[in-house]
Design a protein around this ligand. Structure first.
Ligand code: ZN
Length: 183
C-alpha cells in the first residue's frame, strides 16, 4: 500500500504515514486538507445504523492539524544515503546494488569525523578498504561530489522507494536546482 505524505499546517513535510495511520487521522478529525488525486478507495466495516460499508478516499498528501514545530531531524540511514548518491561509489564512480555499498566517513571517525550527512558518502567495498583510515587527499582518492545534507523535501523523497506523481510534484518543487532525481 502506498504511503501518505504528511504535512504540517505550514505545508512542511513531516513524515510518511501508512494508510492505517492516515485513516486514524481522518477519524480523529485531524486532517485539515489533502492534495492530489484520491487513491483507490479503502473500505471499512459495515455501519450498524445504515447498513452501509464505510469508505475512505485518501489523498496522497495530507496536512494535519497540530503545532507547527521548527526543525525536523533528518535520520541518516544507509538506504537514504545511497539513494542520495544515486547508488554510486563517490570514489570510483561506478554504480552498485545496495548490498555492495558501504557508508564511508570522508574524515574517518577514528580521527574525529562525525557521522553526519556532510561527512558520509556511498563507497564500494573495494574503495572503502583502499581508502582505509585516510582522508581522500591522503589516499589520493578525490571525491566525485561533495556530500550534502538534503533539505526536508529532498529527504522525504529519498526516504521512500515509491513516490506517487502528486507527491513527487509537491516535493520536487523544493529540490535545489542541482538535483536531477526528478528526471
Ligand atoms: Zn568504488
Amino acid at each position: 500500500m502506498q504511503h501518505i505524505l504528511k504535512l504540517d499546517l505550514a505545508g512542511q513535510p513531516r513524515g510518511w504515514m501508512t494508510a492505517h495511520e492516515a485513516i486514524s487521522a481522518h477519524v480523529r478529525g485531524d486532517v485539515v486538507y489533502g492534495i492530489g488525486d484520491p487513491l483507490p478507495p479503502l473500505f471499512g466495516g459495515i455501519q450498524r445504523v445504515t447498513g452501509q460499508r464505510s469508505r475512505i478516499d485518501l489523498q496522497p498528501i495530507l496536512a494535519l492539524s497540530g503545532r507547527v514545530r521548527a526543525g525536523f531531524t533528518l535520520p541518516l540511514c544507509n538506504r537514504t544515503l545511497f539513494r542520495r548518491d544515486d547508488h554510486r561509489c563517490l570514489y570510483c564512480g561506478r554504480q552498485f546494488p545496495r548490498a555492495d555499498l558501504t557508508r564511508d566517513h570522508v574524515l574517518p571517525t577514528s580521527r574525529g569525523g562525525r557521522d553526519r550527512w556532510e561527512n558520509v558518502v556511498a563507497a564500494c567495498r573495494r574503495c572503502n578498504w583502499q581508502k582505509d583510515n585516510q582522508t581522500p587527499e591522503e589516499a589520493g582518492m578525490p571525491l566525485l561530489a561533495v556530500p550534502f545534507r538534503p533539505n526536508v523535501y529532498e529527504w522525504h523523497f529519498l526516504a521512500r522507494e515509491r513516490v506517487l506523481a502528486d507527491q513527487m510534484d509537491y516535493l520536487s518543487r523544493q529540490f535545489r536546482a542541482e538535483r536531477d532525481w526528478a528526471n
